[in-house]
Write a protein that binds this ligand. Structure first.
Ligand SMILES: [Mn+2]
Length: 465
């Protein structure tokens, strides 16, 4: 039997177990804070609503042992974990063995499955990592609870997009969901420039913050963007207002495409500037008409600790949609604040400049949830040579400090996760991430030790090159 078939049979089995739960029971629904987790949770909520069940929701940035221990003390008999849980099988085994536990996840499986855990994870069936996300897993499960599951098909794909599973199209089980979304007219697929914020933002902002489409000298630089537009004969303004992509004439659009390709000519895949656009015809707010922007909005809801707003958006509540869009502008403002902090403090003692690297300690001046995004925008600004490293720190409110490490360009073969692991091995703390983007959390008390260790390790690293 192939993996897809085996996965689907497992879904049927688990749903059958779920249906045994009396409808009088309140279900504890625990999900992940990111876009995919918010979408997964919303899909289950829709299914539980239609199935006349009551539930109580908990959204978490990550599932820790202590949290599982606390959950065990709650009165709930049934727990449904979405987009998390597979990495916590040992603690689920330890604390929840007298409860009914459903895990609908796609993350790496750690520990052994146990009989009392209804575990659904595509990795168990050797499906590929980008074939289905947490919300896709929830979607397949929801099919068994309600006949109205297809009304959430676009949400399952927005979750997958949030987890970067869309790359010039979907694959595997995500394609099945896309077929549902297209036949339900929830999604229309078009082709367009690989830029995000296509519908809602002025062109110059689109290009400046277009982390999806790197344009040397333009990405991350407002003046660079305006100069670029003038140099290719496009006036970024229409009267007093800034032009949006939809304001451009066909010939201007051609100029823009040509100009972007020229600027990108030194990059690998320089002509890879088009991508699929997943258009959501039912949405009335422009930000929500594009699935990619929708997913960005959900991510920023999570990062601003407003996951419930995101859930409201997925479930189609017009008032919550309006509020979520407003809170996203707060998120953008936070990023702008962070960039301003950096340019104002470039020469202060909070920004240490080394040969080939910068260490910036924003302390409480930048939100810890956006310090990584800030570093990413900086390394893409074109102000730093390939291989340049930016290590950024910002404080959480619980006496810990969030750290992220980013690199300019992708030509160098350094492993950022390894570097951060080496540093926290000296200072204390925990590191994670991957080769090109890594993060860590340390106690704020050891910030100085961390920065000292980082300086030594980064210096040696640059010297070795
Ligand atoms: Mn996920």
């Amino acid at each position: 039997m192939d993996g897809v078939q085996a996965f689907k049979e497992r879904v049927t089995e688990i749903a059958k177990e779920f249906k045994k739960i009396p409808k009088s029971e309140t279900i504890r629904l625990v999900s992940h804070l990111d876009c995919d987790g918010i979408c997964a949770c919303s899909i289950i909520i829709n299914a539980l609503n239609k199935d006349n069940r009551s539930y109580s929701i908990l959204i978490l940035p990550q599932l820790k042992d202590e949290t599982v221990a606390k959950l065990a003390e709650e009165d709930y008999q049934t727990f449904v974990f979405t987009d998390l849980g597979s990495g916590n099988l040992p603690s689920l085994n330890r604390y929840l063995s007298n409860k009914k536990v459903f895990v609908l996840d796609h993350h790496r499986v750690q520990g052994l499955e146990a009989d009392f855990i209804q575990h659904l994870n595509p990795r168990v069936f050797n499906l590929k990592e980008n074939e289905i996300s947490g919300s896709g897993v929830a979607y397949f499960f929801s099919k068994h609870l309600t006949s109205d599951y297809k009304s959430m098909s676009h949400i399952a794909l927005i979750g997958a997009i949030g987890d970067i599973q869309e790359n010039n199209g979907f694959s595997g089980l995500n394609c099945e969901i896309l077929d549902d979304a297209i036949s339900e007219k929830k999604i229309v697929v078009r082709t367009g420039l690989r830029l995000f914020g296509v519908n809602s933002r002025p062109i110059h902002k689109l290009l400046e913050y277009g982390s999806d489409l790197e344009i040397p000298g333009v990405t991350g630089s407002e003046s660079g963007t305006i100069q670029f537009l003038h140099s290719i004969g496009i006036n970024p303004k229409k009267g007093y207002a800034w032009k949006k992509l939809t304001d451009l004439s066909d010939s201007e659009l051609q100029k823009l495409v040509a100009g972007i390709i020229m600027r990108r000519s030194d990059l690998n895949n320089s002509e890879d500037i088009f991508s699929n656009i997943y258009y959501l015809p039912d949405e009335s707010l422009s930000v929500l008409k594009n699935a990619k922007e929708f997913s960005t909005l959900l991510n920023s809801c999570g990062r601003l600790d407003k996951a419930s707003l995101g859930i409201g958006v997925c479930l189609g509540n017009p008032e919550l949609k309006r509020r979520a869009v407003k809170s996203q502008s707060n998120y953008k403002r936070e990023i702008v604040t962070a960039m301003h902090w950096f340019s104002k403090n470039k020469d202060s003692s909070d920004v240490i400049r080394g040969d080939g690297f910068i260490i910036m300690n924003a302390k409480y001046n930048v939100l810890p949830t956006i310090i990584g995004t800030t570093a990413s925008i900086l390394v893409k600004s074109g102000d730093f040579p390939d291989g340049f490293l930016i290590l950024s720190l910002a404080r959480n409110s619980d006496m810990t400090t969030k750290i992220s490490l980013r690199i300019a360009g992708r030509t160098s073969n350094v492993d950022l996760k390894k570097i951060l692991s080496d540093i926290v091995a000296i200072s204390g703390g925990e590191a994670g991430g991957h080769q090109y983007a890594a993060g860590a959390v340390i106690d704020t008390a050891v910030e100085e030790d961390f920065i000292l260790a980082a300086q030594n390790i980064l210096k040696n690293l640059i010297r070795k090159k």
